[in-house]
Design a protein around this ligand. Structure first.
Ligand SMILES: *[C@@H]1O[C@H](CO)[C@@H](O)[C@H](O)[C@H]1NC(C)=O
Ligand SMILES: *[C@@H]1O[C@H](CO)[C@@H](O)[C@H](O)[C@H]1NC(C)=O
Ligand SMILES: *[C@@H]1O[C@H](CO)[C@@H](O)[C@H](O)[C@H]1NC(C)=O
Ligand SMILES: *[C@@H]1O[C@H](CO)[C@@H](O)[C@H](O)[C@H]1NC(C)=O
Ligand SMILES: *[C@@H]1O[C@H](CO)[C@@H](O)[C@H](O)[C@H]1NC(C)=O
Ligand SMILES: *[C@@H]1O[C@H](CO)[C@@H](O)[C@H](O)[C@H]1NC(C)=O
Length: 383
């Protein structure tokens, strides 16, 4: 009979102090499961691309590093099925619904991005339709009702614990035109502030303010890139925030050459290319749109290798021209439209540009469909 030993075993487990540490791991598992629709299914990987920063010394200045990133990182699983499942939750059903291709800018999850070398992420947030949790959108496309900002941050924290040699950059931006009555109000700003200054966030976000330091200071941590203002709260809240501030009031729209001063006292300026919608004549074909965007991006990458060596360069290789007829989706801009674009999209065209920059600083570059072509990130990481 096994009854007696089993009863004993149960008492032992019940009174064991080990129990509390497994409860913590069950709690983390639960949070990571909630994060899955945006973060992807957590899987621990080691090896070259998952730990590429190991080959750089601690005293390397972050401003001198080449950091591959993704634009609108949370859109990777947005499809017709996502859109259908959310009709009635947002007001998507009350307007002409743009097709999912309008919003989708990636095809791999964040855990894949991390393990494949991506170190900068673009997070577009707003309240969920009940004003309770902070979730992710691309314009009116609600990307998941389940995965909150809190949940996905735990995904990054866990990944950094597993890869202490690495450092991450998270750009956070308030996304407008989301749910019908959504607004960037004091309640949202306070919730965001609380999330980014919680005890666990203070542990994992680099606490330096308004300037970048060395890789050594940032390993195992996240640099916050604040593409938001806390303008509905007292100014002390802004003063408390770590990271760099890129005020949306200074970030000029659709500009191939932004110079944004993020630290007035020390006169620190970031040079940014964010020409996301080529101003081509109406009806221009995909090749022409790609050419215009490629030109702006390649010029900015070359500028990063030749000008202001001690300033931050942040290039957005991402773009769309969805107002054009026929619409040029982010995917077409990034990776082309088959035989209609013989030279490929912006990504294919950037590979030879990157090949020529060996040994040089190109800065942070945000891609759409970063995994195509497959040698894009390889070239980037071998710069
Ligand atoms: C991706 O979207 C599909 C369709 O909505 C859904 O079934 C699937 O669970 C999503 N994947 C993740 C990882 O959430
Ligand atoms: C959410 O907040 C907005 C702006 O403050 C408000 O107009 C809207 O009614 C709120 N929605 C809900 C469901 O409370
Ligand atoms: C600030 O730095 C820029 C170069 O990044 C320089 O052109 C400008 O003159 C500087 N301004 C001041 C006030 O030092
Ligand atoms: C190429 O980019 C440069 C710098 O951004 C700009 O001055 C020029 O007009 C662009 N040319 C074309 C054809 O887009
Ligand atoms: C992309 O290719 C498809 C299929 O050939 C075509 O219907 C569409 O018009 C093309 N779009 C652009 C912007 O070239
Ligand atoms: C795209 O438009 C340009 C300029 O009008 C033209 O030269 C080119 O042949 C067109 N490409 C295709 C594939 O139609």
């Amino acid at each position: 009979m096994r009854a007696a030993p089993l009863a004993l075993a149960m008492v032992a487990a019940w009174s064991s102090p080990v129990y509390s540490s497994s409860l913590a791991s069950f709690a983390l598992d639960k949070v990571l499961a909630d994060a899955t629709p945006i973060f992807g299914s957590y899987v621990k990987e080691t090896g070259n691309k998952a730990e590429w920063m190991k080959k750089y010394n601690d005293d390397t200045l972050l401003i001198h590093m080449n950091i591959p990133g993704t634009h609108d990182s949370a859109t990777w699983n947005y499809s017709q099925a996502t859109q259908d499942s959310l009709v009635g939750i947002t007001d998507l059903n009350q307007v002409t619904v743009p097709v999912p291709e309008t919003f989708r800018c990636q095809e791999l999850s964040w855990i894949d991005m991390l393990n494949m070398g991506i170190r900068a992420f673009d997070l577009r947030y707003a309240f969920d339709p009940t004003n309770t949790t902070i979730i992710f959108y691309h314009s009116e496309a609600l990307l998941s009702e389940i995965a909150t900002l809190d949940d996905v941050l735990f995904g990054f924290y866990k990944w950094l614990d597993d890869h202490p040699s690495e450092t991450l950059f998270l750009s956070l931006q308030y996304e407008g035109s989301t749910a019908k009555y959504a607004s960037n109000d004091a309640a949202l700003q306070l919730k965001l502030y609380n999330t980014l200054t919680s005890p666990v966030a203070r542990n994992y976000f680099v606490q330096k303010k308004s300037e970048l330091g060395t890789l050594g200071e940032a390993r195992g941590k996240i640099t916050l890139m604040r593409r938001f203002d806390l303008d509905q709260l007292a100014s002390s809240y802004t003063t408390e925030m770590p990271g760099l501030h890129f005020s949306p009031t200074l970030w000029t729209d659709n500009d191939p050459n932004i110079a944004l001063t993020y630290n007035e006292r020390k006169n620190l300026t970031a040079y940014i290319e964010d020409y996301y919608q080529p101003t081509t004549p109406a009806g221009s074909n995909a090749t022409v749109n790609i050419q215009w965007k490629y030109n702006a991006t390649a010029n900015h990458i070359v500028k990063a290798t030749t000008e202001y060596p001690d300033s931050l360069f942040w290039t957005w290789a991402s773009s769309e021209n969805t107002d054009n007829v026929p619409p040029v989706w982010p995917r077409i801009m990034a990776i082309g439209n088959g035989t209609l674009t013989p030279k490929g999209g912006v990504n294919q065209r950037l590979v030879p540009v990157l090949k020529k920059q060996k040994g040089k600083r190109v800065g942070i570059v945000m891609f759409d469909y970063f995994d195509v072509p497959s040698d894009l990130i390889d070239e980037f990481l071998s710069l």
